[in-house]
Ligand binder design. Structure first.
Ligand code: FAD
Length: 385
């Protein structure tokens, strides 16, 4: 058993919360350092890990970056639970769609397993949600905690921190391959949502976690008093800008379009702050630094200039996480095509939420689609028995 566990976290980071509740759940003592408040510990974390991204955990001198339940189970010497058998249903992903599907599947007493990289999905990244019925205002991390508690109430089998690599139909059943093993099931619900789109410029990969980030909610506090760039002009970019206005010294919003596509109310708030500088019709062509980001090169209407920033928040939309299901029919955007019962072109394979071609990528829509998918899987199983 480890003797000394130190967790470097920020208050707003949902992955940090998940990590700490996991350590509490398995009864591990640990010291928690809020590096948003403690500059000395922030420096210590960066020195130990070479990362400007939380959470970072020091387990008796071994450094673990991020939170992956399975990695922690292995590092802490705890055997992973579960085994292989045939399920009625495998649900992939635990954003609002997969979570709701799991709640419905539990209430129908279906034999299923939920396999997911994390709990909450994109919901965790929202600074404030005002359009989920029943809540006039709730933050993404708060709603995620409520989702988690709701899931836990049913005591289902959850394989958190495990990525699905492929879903294939094999002799009438499905073979679900993960990074850790294989699962056989009669039906599958794909609810793997969306992943952030990459900028595709020099320095993006190199400085990932060293100034480049896709999550303002998680990493924003590390840039207190610093100058940063937000890339994009839609709601996600303005959401990130509004979060950073409370923390950073100055925010350069760099958008390829001549004017914003974000909701007017968000743009007005950013403009009124006096902290945001807007670069329209502008593109980042390079991210530059030494160990960490130091500047970006911007190309704007034929001119090129450098902007000194220490953080680059990339908020240029997302892509459907649909590549795991090769047999599923997709539209031109890579979204899985479903009918009004969440059925795909493959019998027994259902899909729900943001990875489908259903319009309106919203929490409430994804949750509703998840409910429908579970009921359709139940009906399919009842008919095939
Ligand atoms: C910054 C931001 C702010 C937002 N604000 C709002 C808002 O205010 N109101 C609103 O209604 N909507 C908002 N949205 C949109 C909303 O979050 C999404 O529409 C919703 O989360 C989609 O739910 P989902 O379950 O389909 O997918 P996601 O939320 O994307 O969840 C997908 C899940 O699948 C898992 N997963 C992915 N790939 C794999 C794999 N290969 N194996 C296993 N698991 C996998 C992920 O870990 C995750 O748990 C916001 C989105 C962002 C990015």
């Amino acid at each position: 058993m480890p003797k000394n566990i130190m967790v470097y976290s920020t208050k707003s980071c949902p992955y940090c919360k998940m990590l700490k509740s996991f350590l509490n759940e398995i009864g591990m003592n640990f010291q928690d350092y809020d590096i948003g408040k403690d500059a000395r510990r922030a420096k210590e974390m960066v020195e130990k890990s070479g990362q400007m991204s939380v959470p970072v955990t020091d387990v008796d001198g071994r450094i673990i970056i991020g939170f992956d339940r399975r990695v922690f189970m292995e590092e802490l010497g705890l055997a992973p639970k579960g085994g292989q058998r045939k399920y009625d249903l495998v649900i992939v992903g635990a954003g609002p769609a997969g979570i709701t599907a799991s709640i419905y599947a539990s209430r129908k007493k279906m034999d299923f397993v939920l396999i997911t990289k994390d709990i909450g999905g994109q919901t965790k990244w929202s600074a404030g949600i005002e359009n989920y019925t029943g809540y006039q205002f709730i933050t993404g991390p708060e709603l995620t905690e409520k989702f988690r508690k709701h899931l836990e109430q049913f005591g289902m089998e959850i394989r958190e921190g495990e990525g699905v690599v492929s879903v294939e139909r094999k002799k009438g059943d499905f073979l679900v391959r993960t990074e850790k093993g294989e699962f056989s099931a009669k039906t599958v619900i794909l609810a793997s949502g969306r992943i952030p789109r990459k900028l595709g410029v020099e320095g993006e990969e190199k400085f990932l976690g060293r100034g480049v980030t896709y999550c303002a909610t998680c990493d924003g506090p590390l840039f207190a008093g610093k100058e940063v760039a937000v890339v994009g002009g839609g709601n996600s970019a303005l959401d990130a800008t509004l979060q950073l206005i409370k923390i950073a010294k100055k925010i350069h919003v760099i958008d390829v379009a001549p004017k914003f596509r974000a909701d007017r109310v968000m743009v007005e708030k950013a403009q009124a702050s006096g902290k945001a500088v807007f670069h329209h019709s502008a593109e980042i062509t390079r991210i530059f630094g030494n160990d960490f980001v130091r500047s970006v090169t911007v190309s704007q209407e034929g001119k090129k200039y450098d902007v000194a920033v220490e953080g680059v928040f990339i908020e240029i939309g997302s892509l459907p996480a649909s590549e795991i299901a090769q047999e599923a029919k997709k539209n031109e955007y890579g979204e899985i095509e479903v009918n009004c019962k969440c059925e795909t072109n493959v019998p027994g394979l259902f899909a729900a939420g943001d990875l489908t071609d259903v319009p309106a990528k919203q929490i409430i829509v994804a949750a509703g689609e998840g409910a429908k998918a579970a009921m359709s899987a139940f009906e399919y199983l009842s008919k095939s028995k």
